[in-house]
Write a protein that binds this ligand. Structure first.
Ligand SMILES: Cc1cc2nc3c(=O)[nH]c(=O)nc-3n(C[C@H](O)[C@H](O)[C@H](O)COP(=O)(O)O)c2cc1C
Length: 213
């Protein structure tokens, strides 16, 4: 049993990475192998629309033909029993790190026909982790619910049921006094970080253990 978690935040120790790290810990607590990959460390591009993955009879049919740092990560994603993608919201969507990864991961498997199933390994448990500044009650106002629903729908079409973990009103800065931040209720943000975020970390640990079983 192998769990692979992909961090789409460029920050390797903050909200998204911490939640993914707990998912990895939870999986390991069951005896599973688990790994966290930070996309920021890699040199890669999004899909270049070469269509080698769609060429019937071609040697890359169903697999991304591009060769860069993402190539081994896509291979690990293909082999993993559990795949978890995490990202902060950046301007109402996934970070560009994760968007480029998703293009490469998803498009290789996607077919422009309903007559055949997608070319993905279908028995893969999956989860999506999103972190964001907005509060829970504002998710729909800013259309983030549609973004999450779209990604979840694609993960479920390609793989298997997809769990979603959302962390809202996150602590973005270590010291808010150094920045102009009157959009935010800073004391409430700090309280939430102290009181609610640890509960979300625990949820992430439990999710990792559940997915690995
Ligand atoms: C470039 C950029 C764009 C952002 N856009 C949004 C946004 O559209 N909505 C939102 O709620 N938060 C937004 N944020 C805040 C982050 O999503 C939030 O702080 C997140 O938890 C950061 O994750 P991290 O700590 O893992 O880096 C943005 C942050 C950055 C740096």
């Amino acid at each position: 049993m192998k769990l692979l978690a992909i961090n789409g935040s460029p920050r390797k120790t903050k909200n998204t990475a911490s939640l993914l790290g707990k998912i990895v810990d939870g999986a390991k607590s069951t005896g599973a192998e688990a790994e966290l990959v930070h996309l920021v460390d890699l040199n890669y591009m999004g899909c270049t629309s070469c269509f080698a993955c769609k060429l019937v009879g071609g040697k890359s049919y169903g697999r991304c033909a591009m060769k860069d740092d993402l190539t081994p990560v896509l291979q690990k994603s293909h082999e993993a029993d559990v795949l978890v993608l995490g990202t902060p919201f950046y301007f109402m969507q996934e970070s560009s790190f994760l968007l480029a990864f998703q293009e490469r991961l998803w498009f290789q498997y996607y077919l422009y026909t309903e007559k055949k199933p997608p070319l993905s390994p279908r028995k893969k448990a999956t989860a999506l982790v999103y972190t964001m500044n907005v509060k829970q009650e504002d998710i729909a106002t800013y259309g983030k619910d549609r973004v999450v629903a779209t990604a979840k729908g694609i993960m479920e079409k390609l793989f298997a049921p997809c769990e979603v973990l959302l962390s809202c009103d996150t602590k973005q800065f270590d010291d808010y006094s150094k920045y102009e931040v009157d959009y935010f209720d800073v004391p409430e943000k700090l309280r939430r970080h102290e009181e609610v975020f640890p509960l979300e970390l625990q949820q992430a640990f439990e999710l990792g253990a559940k997915l690995a079983k």
